[in-house]
Design a protein around this ligand. Structure first.
Ligand SMILES: Nc1ncnc2c1ncn2[C@@H]1O[C@H](COP(=O)(O)OP(=O)(O)OP(=O)(O)O)[C@@H](O)[C@H]1O
Length: 436
């Protein structure tokens, strides 16, 4: 079991050392600081679970230290030590958000039970975080809460779902979650990236072939559609599927049968169809690059994943999860490193966040991933693209509508009223931004 680390802050050196010895005897790792500034320096360099601070100290008192901690180490439990009988200070401390207080002289039993309570408090925080996981989807933003509600509602039915979103927003993760929450969960989950397979091989990958069906077909091969029987198939980057193959896939969707290349036998399949695209498929239909009939078949309902920059609340949650996993629970992000992550615009979305965290874990030789390490791991600021006014307006409108809908728990009539638009106008805006 890893020991909790406690930071003791008191300008009375003898008292701090006495307390440190008592805590060490009870299995806690303790660090001592004799000034507020020294405490803040330690907090920047070490992973601390609890701070216990004296109130009256020269230069920076306990309240001022606490104000700093609240700003840069959100949620860290801080316990105040007050002089015996100083009730007003203790009341003040609790009102300002200190977790609890200890009266001097410090009673050993009270000290230990206060620390145990504080540790429970920290664990409760991570339990809350655990509730924001749904089959591999980690989230906390209201935009993703809506998406997950949508997935939960749609997964049990057998409808075809089109998952849209920028590259790296989690379309495949979402498809897997739908599969796992569906009645096909015990069957296979098969994904094919239509953009990654050369066009001339895609048909045989999907449908399979008989030996000799074409030059190079040296043996029979089962296609992915048949391999997915009893489960789910994800046709990823469906927008890149050649038009002639689109006709054949449409037929599979209608007939629910597959005929391998060079074969006369039709095989019945029971497969849930999911598709994904980072392209605007409606636009592709308008440009005659994608068949309209197939579009409507695949898009019985659609799920649009918000870009990471539209859900900054998820950045830290995801980053902490990635750092924990990549460092086998060894490393943590400093608050300053987190600020850099929040301020970045994430054109590559969650995949890019994962790569940056991986880079930072490799670069850092300490337990704490500092601001400097993060600045090195992040792409240069000069790579930021500056959004044009039209894109910025579009993004604002989309975020605004999502926010209003989320405030009204998805009730469109109420959302329209709040946005001071009539209902049909509001529906048009939702359609324009592909919001369900
Ligand atoms: N909500 C999430 N929680 C945890 N990890 C996620 C989440 N969304 C995406 N990821 C991770 O981010 C990476 C990219 O996700 P995924 O491949 O699903 O994105 P995508 O939208 O399908 O990307 P592309 O369009 O490039 O195919 C993966 O490593 C995935 O595990």
């Amino acid at each position: 079991m890893s020991l909790a680390t406690i930071l003791l802050v008191d300008d009375d050196h003898a008292l701090a050392e006495l307390l440190a010895m008592r805590l060490l005897a009870n299995g806690y790792h303790t660090l001592c600081a004799h000034r507020g500034t020294q405490a803040l320096k330690i907090l920047r360099q070490e992973v601390i679970d609890i701070v216990i601070t004296d109130l009256k100290m020269a230069h920076m008192d306990g309240f001022e230290l606490f104000e700093n901690i609240k700003k840069h180490h959100i949620g860290l439990p801080v316990i105040m030590m007050t002089a015996h009988g100083s009730i007003p200070d203790a009341v003040d401390a609790i009102q300002q958000g200190f977790l609890s207080f200890l009266s001097k002289p410090i009673d050993s039993q009270a000290l230990l039970s206060t620390i145990e309570n504080a540790l429970e408090h920290t664990q409760t925080r991570s339990v809350i975080t655990d509730q924001h996981r749904y089959f591999g989807i980690t989230y906390q933003s209201s935009a993703m809460q809506q998406v997950v509600k949508h997935i939960q509602a749609l997964a049990p039915s057998n409808v075809n779902i089109l998952i849209q979103g920028e590259s790296g927003t989690g379309k495949e993760v979402t498809a897997k979650a739908i599969h796992q929450a569906s009645e096909h969960a015990n069957g296979p989950f098969v994904a094919i990236n239509c953009a990654a397979v050369p066009a001339h091989l895609l048909e045989s990958e999907l449908f399979g072939h008989k030996k000799g069906a074409f030059t190079g077909a040296i043996s029979d091969k089962t296609g992915l559609l048949q391999s997915a029987d009893g489960g789910t198939i994800l046709l990823d980057e469906i927008g890149d599927m050649p038009l002639d193959l689109q006709v054949k896939v449409l037929r599979v969707l209608q007939e629910r049968t597959v005929r391998p290349l060079g074969s006369h036998i039709e095989h019945k399949i029971n497969v849930r169809f999911l598709s994904a695209s980072h392209k605007d498929l409606q636009q592709a239909v308008a440009n005659k690059e994608f068949r309209e009939d197939l579009y409507y078949r695949l898009n019985v309902v659609s799920i649009t994943l918000p870009a990471l920059r539209q859900r900054p609340e998820d950045i830290i949650l995801l980053a902490e999860q990635f750092v924990e996993t990549l460092s086998a629970h060894e490393k943590h992000l400093s608050p300053q490193a987190m600020t850099h992550l929040i301020n970045y615009h994430w054109p590559g979305n969650i995949r890019q966040l994962h790569n940056v965290c991986e880079h930072a874990v490799v670069l850092s030789s300490n337990k704490l991933i500092t601001e400097d390490i993060m600045t090195n791991a992040l792409p240069l600021q000069s790579e930021h693209h500056f959004q044009g006014l039209n894109d910025a307006k579009k993004q604002f409108e989309q975020e605004y509508i999502q926010k209003v809908l989320s405030l009204c728990a998805g009730n469109v009539a109420e959302a329209a009223k709040l946005a001071q638009r009539n209902r049909s106008d509001f529906y048009k805006l939702m359609k324009k931004h592909d919001i369900n």
